[in-house]
Every structure is written in structure tokens, then in C-alpha cells.
Design a protein around this ligand. Structure first.
Ligand SMILES: Cc1cc2nc3c(=O)[nH]c(=O)nc-3n(C[C@H](O)[C@H](O)[C@H](O)COP(=O)(O)O)c2cc1C
Length: 180
């Protein structure tokens, strides 16, 4: 029998803030959660599979059509107790709100059972965060029951200062625990 405190599906998209997500994943594993990771293809330009496999001791999901086991994306929605997209790009936020299912993360989202918690932790440049498309999508997702974690204000990798920073790992960890 598993001693896991809970099953977390941790999904990463293409942002510099992927390195901060590793900190959260490490903490979750150390605290006794079972963590499986999903990466968008672009997330893998910021972080290697080896890091995530080393932290979670599990293979990383990237391609829905990868020959691992049939309908794994559906099995994952049943396995998980909580799903999070962290960091969440403007692209994935707008994609999810449009109901597109053309990669692993968006396909899992379309198959998601919303009696379980689904968290989104945005990370992007301030103009992307303030863009009308992103604002509208954040509202749509919240209306569907997604828990939006908000974003920090401050220094951004591009040199700007403003809203859109990924929350700090400690704050994200606390939100995950609170929402389980
Ligand atoms: C160096 C670099 C940093 C980026 N950081 C971000 C970011 O923090 N947030 C964001 O929304 N997009 C960021 N982008 C753009 C996304 O990677 C791009 O929109 C990509 O298509 C997102 O794909 P995904 O959502 O499938 O991972 C960045 C791009 C580059 C080249």
C-alpha cells in the first residue's frame, strides 16, 4: 500500500521560471507526495527530462502518442488528486481557455474531472499578462472552476518590472497543500 500523501500531476510549460518549479517538485517529493510530471515540448527547451526524472523518480510525459500505455492521459486524470500547471505560459492559458487539445497538457485538461482541484500558476512578461486575450482566458478558466494562483509583481527576466512573475516556490507549495 502506498504511503503517499497525495498524487500530484505537475505540468510545466515554456518559461524561464521552470527552474523555480523544480524547487516545488523537489519539496513535494521530500514531503511524501507522489509527483508525475508533464512537459510541453517548449518546456524542454528550459529544463531537461533528466532533472525531472531525477527529482520524481518517474518518466516525464511529453507526447500523447508516445507508446507507453494506451490512453495514459485518461489514466492520469483518474490517478491524480490535484493537477497544476506551473509555470503556465500565456500560450497554454489561452489554449486551455479556447478548448484546444493538441498536446499533452491541453488534452489532459479536456479530459479533466473538475471535482478535483486544477491549479494554474502564471509566469510571463507583464504585457503578456495584461494582454486582453490572456485576461479573458484567466476569467474563463476561473469560471470553469480552475484555481488561478495569481502572479507576483517585480523583476522579470526580460528586465521589465511588473505583474506576471511566477509566485515563489514556498507560496506555490502552500497553495498545493491548501487545495488538496
Ligand atoms: C527565453 C524565453 C523565455 C520565455 N519565457 C516565457 C514566459 O515566462 N512566459 C510565457 O508566457 N512565455 C514565455 N516565452 C514564450 C513561450 O516559450 C512561447 O510562447 C511558447 O510557444 C510556449 O509554448 P508552451 O506554452 O507550449 O510551452 C519565452 C520564450 C523564450 C524564448
Amino acid at each position: 500500500m502506498s504511503n503517499s500523501k497525495g498524487n500530484i500531476l505537475f505540468q510545466l510549460t515554456g518559461s524561464i521560471a521552470c527552474y523555480k518549479a523544480c524547487n516545488v517538485i523537489s519539496r513535494l517529493v521530500q514531503e511524501g507526495f507522489e509527483v508525475k510530471t508533464v512537459c510541453s515540448a517548449n518546456a524542454l527547451k528550459f529544463i531537461g527530462k533528466s532533472t525531472l526524472e531525477g527529482l520524481t523518480h518517474k518518466a516525464v510525459y511529453v507526447d500523447t502518442f508516445e507508446d507507453r500505455s494506451a490512453l495514459e492521459h485518461i489514466a492520469l486524470t483518474k490517478w491524480l488528486d490535484l493537477a497544476i500547471v506551473c509555470p503556465a505560459t500565456a500560450n497554454i492559458i489561452n489554449k486551455l481557455a479556447a478548448g484546444i487539445g493538441d498536446d499533452y497538457i491541453s488534452t489532459v485538461f479536456l479530459a479533466f474531472d473538475f471535482s478535483k482541484p486544477y491549479l494554474i500558476a502564471p509566469a510571463m512578461n507583464q504585457n503578456m499578462y495584461a494582454h486582453p486575450a490572456t485576461k479573458r482566458s484567466l476569467g474563463i478558466l476561473a469560471g470553469w472552476g480552475v484555481k488561478m494562483l495569481g502572479a507576483g509583481i517585480g523583476y522579470q527576466a526580460c528586465g521589465d518590472k511588473g505583474a506576471g512573475r511566477l509566485l515563489e516556490p514556498e507560496a506555490i507549495y502552500k497553495e498545493i497543500k491548501k487545495n488538496l
